[in-house]
Design a protein around this ligand. Sequence first.
Ligand SMILES: NC(=O)C1=CN([C@@H]2O[C@H](COP(=O)(O)OP(=O)(O)OC[C@H]3O[C@@H](n4cnc5c(N)ncnc54)[C@H](OP(=O)(O)O)[C@@H]3O)[C@@H](O)[C@H]2O)C=CC1
Ligand SMILES: O=C(O)CCC(=O)C(=O)O
Ligand SMILES: [Mg+2]
Length: 402
Amino acid sequence: MAQSITKTGDKLIVPDQPIIPYIEGDGIGPDIWAASVRVFDAAVAKAYGGSRKVAWKEVLAGQKAFDVTGNWLPVETENAFREYLVGIKGPLTTPVGGGFRSLNVTLRQHLDLFVCQRPVKYYSGIPSPVKKPEQIDMVVFRENTEDVYAGFESPMGDEKTARLIEFLNHEMGWQIREDSGVGIKPISVSGTKRLVRAAIQYAIDHKRKSVTLVHKGNIMKYTEGAFREWGYALAGEEFSDSVVSWDDCRGDVPDGKILIKDVIADAFLQQILTRPAEYDVIATMNLNGDYVSDALAAQVGGIGIAPGANINYDNGIAVFEATHGTAPKYAGKDMVNPSSVILSGSMMFEYMGWQEVADLIEKGMTGAILQKRVTYDFARLMEGSTKVSTSDFGNAIIENMG
Ligand SMILES: NC(=O)C1=CN([C@@H]2O[C@H](COP(=O)(O)OP(=O)(O)OC[C@H]3O[C@@H](n4cnc5c(N)ncnc54)[C@H](OP(=O)(O)O)[C@@H]3O)[C@@H](O)[C@H]2O)C=CC1
Ligand SMILES: O=C(O)CCC(=O)C(=O)O
Ligand SMILES: [Mg+2]
């Protein structure tokens, strides 16, 4: 019988037929989801021979939700993720400039999914613009609920914006031009500490070497600089048995300890190209994390293969999703790379403890890539490859599960 996933204490309780809500997504979402769900079901069937099976439950968001319910993000959708705990979603469109605020960001905020976790590693055979992509093996922990990304903004010309600017200029002594739009960048100590705690705990659980706090704290002292300060403080307060800070060891890390260090964001962006092997787990704020995760994805083959998860590590609610967006010019063409959602699914099965399924998905994908049966994005960079559709790439993964 299909049942909800639940959490008791630290433990996720996963029934043999878990109900998993999914959002198909806008743009390329339906193409990708169709291929992904076939791969997921094939991997579960192969791993457990019928004793386990996912009961997929579609929930609506984006254009499809608006067409059916008149609402872009129905409350029933948010509630389904609360009730069933683990879910997966395709990309959702956000208009630029005006229009509604990001549904992706809204979902993360309403469900308080405070970690956006995006692993970036190289799969053999994938075309890369860098010489040694195999040196890249990082996991980005991006704070997911605050920063300028939270959308506290007010438009130029609005009467409230004018009052805010007047207050800031008079009370704070700032010099903001009257013809400005204004955005606020809140970075809290509580938001920072829970993010850095999750990153360090992950590093401990997965035997990683270092956690790097990425910030622009020399310029934005009380937001990004404070993130750095609070991150180090948390490491010392809660993890002193397991970690050592750069200042305490100057790079001479005692055996078995995890190094906590920091780097300024612009320097980080050049060092991930020149010396990627020096970085491992990354903890950073929302906007930096957005930029960094796409930049790193490009180094291992592009956002077509970059998975992710939005997780509240306190209550266990997790919504897995691709790093890329809706790529509208490819919508309905059965053409794009489904790997990002498929690998997000692999992360989801790992999170559920269904490791055999995650392993089969990775095995199938690696096999398909080594056979050079790839979608257009890889094919255009891969000599001797066979360009296949989204759905045929899904078939190639299933065939390569063994
Ligand atoms: N989490 C989410 O739901 C996200 C939603 N968005 C939203 O998506 C919309 C479009 O955003 P945009 O900035 O164009 O970014 P997209 O990620 O949608 O697309 C940018 C480019 O990335 C490449 N790409 C993206 N997905 C794939 C894929 N699956 N396979 C192969 N290549 C891919 C394509 O490159 P090429 O042209 O070279 O082929 C595409 O033109 C916006 O409304 C944005 O807000 C954006 C990011 C995340
Ligand atoms: O919400 C959006 O439309 C964009 C989100 C995004 O770029 C991301 O989460 O990486
Ligand atoms: Mg992004």
